[in-house]
Design a protein around this ligand. Structure first.
Ligand SMILES: NC(=O)c1ccc[n+]([C@@H]2O[C@H](COP(=O)([O-])OP(=O)(O)OC[C@H]3O[C@@H](n4cnc5c(N)ncnc54)[C@H](OP(=O)(O)O)[C@@H]3O)[C@@H](O)[C@H]2O)c1
Length: 387
């Protein structure tokens, strides 16, 4: 796995930072943090200085646009009606994908996206089938039906768990969980757990690549810590479910840290004792890219800020989506890895270190407990996977 080069930047190494800048862009939240945190200049360490510099140039250093054909492949993408999911769907379709499933919460929006993909790809429907399926991340019945339909497909080559949300206000979903936790963590975990056995069993011809389960994560996972106070709570996940401690940026980045834990746990369940993956399980980060993710910030001031910020520092949605697509083309070296800007990066210490391992186990256990309350069969599926 690639080293995280940001760890090697010294305080007198602006040139090194500039070099790294072009290769490892940081997330938008770094710059947000820099400008909004009290005493941010004092807190500016070598590592986040290089992250900041990376961030400032990412719009000019887009990842490689994949050109490998997806002919004959069946690809499923959640949250495919908007932003990165839509652009990734368009891209795989343009690259010849034979069956494309758009998982969406609003079927009407999905149909509009399907039409747009057909128009922009300039292909007739007979050149590749596109289906729009219901995938509401706030409804476990719908998610189970979505997985059931995937199980009926003739083949499945990749599932991209892209649907995600950045919550500006505290809101609860159907099962009593704050919406960011519900969508980005719990429902994403449920899909991953239920899909893994299907992907393991997916038919392959001799020499064919194993199926891929891709989580759309964020470099933001490296920018949060889990405070001692929360760790002392009986339920860590529950500590993020309280309105009084809800901070949008922290909630979002923590959700992406938990996505890393989900991804790593499922990657280990998808790896044979000899180290070969039965399913390639990885997380990807598109970098900061224009999309509807910040839709919660409304009004003229927010609109102007988003426009200026986006024009200066963000990748286009298409550029961001390149990473979602190129991630599907990686081999076993990507197992349990974090793909960003054409490099498999070392995830944050809270994911890789001993401390992270303890947190991963704890968070995973709590996620499974929360899911089992509403979807009891999760327990049985996991028992089979763990055998
Ligand atoms: N943009 C970035 O800079 C960036 C950076 C790192 C990671 N990401 C990640 O990239 C992924 C895609 O986000 P985006 O930037 O493309 O934002 P976006 O344009 O807002 O797209 C988000 C997608 O998720 C769907 N979604 C949200 N809540 C849902 C729910 N309850 N059920 C089903 N679908 C739901 C949305 O559907 P509706 O249209 O119906 O709401 C939409 O299709 C997210 O996981 C995000 O965290 C984005």
């Amino acid at each position: 796995m690639a080293q995280n080069p940001t760890e090697h930047v010294s305080s007198s190494a602006p040139i090194t930072s500039l070099y790294l800048l072009s290769k490892y862009p940081p997330s938008p939240s770094t710059i947000f943090h820099f400008f909004t945190s009290p005493n941010s200049r004092e807190k500016l360490t070598d590592t986040n200085m290089s992250r900041l510099l990376h961030f400032l140039t990412q719009a000019w250093t887009p990842p490689t646009d994949p050109t490998t054909s997806f002919a004959g492949k069946t690809i499923v993408i959640t949250g495919a009606n908007s932003g990165l999911g839509f652009e990734a769907a368009l891209k795989v379709y343009q690259l010849g994908c034979s069956v494309l499933i758009l998982g969406v919460r609003d079927l009407a929006k999905g149909e509009v996206a399907k039409k747009e993909i057909l128009n922009r790809a300039g292909k007739g429907e007979e050149e590749g089938r596109i289906e729009v399926w219901s995938c509401d991340m706030d409804d476990y019945e719908i998610l189970q039906a979505f997985v059931g339909k995937i199980g009926e497909l003739e083949r499945v080559d990749a599932v991209v768990l892209n649907a995600g949300v950045f919550g500006v206000k505290y809101e609860k979903g159907r099962y009593g969980w704050e919406v960011v936790l519900q969508v980005n963590v719990l429902s994403t975990a449920l899909l991953g757990i239920l899909l893994l056995p299907l992907l393991k069993a997916a038919k392959r011809a001799e020499g064919e690549r194993v199926p891929v389960l891709e989580f759309v994560g964020s470099e933001g996972h490296a920018l949060v810590s889990v405070e001692q106070e929360r760790r002392e709570q009986q339920n860590l996940l529950g500590s993020y479910n309280r309105e009084e401690s809800f901070i949008p940026r922290v909630q979002y980045q923590t959700s992406k840290l938990f996505v890393m834990y989900i991804m790593q746990t499922l990657a280990s369940l998808a790896t044979l004792p000899d180290g070969k993956p039965e399913v390639t399980v990885l997380a990807v980060c598109p970098g900061g890219a224009k999309s509807n993710l910040s839709r919660g910030y409304e009004g003229v001031v927010a609109g102007v800020f988003k426009w200026v910020f986006g024009s200066l520092f963000l990748r286009t949605t298409e550029q961001g989506a390149r990473t979602l697509v190129s991630g599907l083309l990686l081999g076993e070296e990507a197992q349990g890895g974090f793909w960003q800007s054409d490099v498999i990066r070392e995830p944050a210490p809270l994911v890789t270190g001993e401390e992270g391992e303890g947190l991963r186990k704890r968070v995973w256990t709590e996620i499974v407990e929360a899911l089992e309350t509403d979807v009891p069969r999760v327990n049985e599926v996991l028992r089979k996977l763990e055998k």
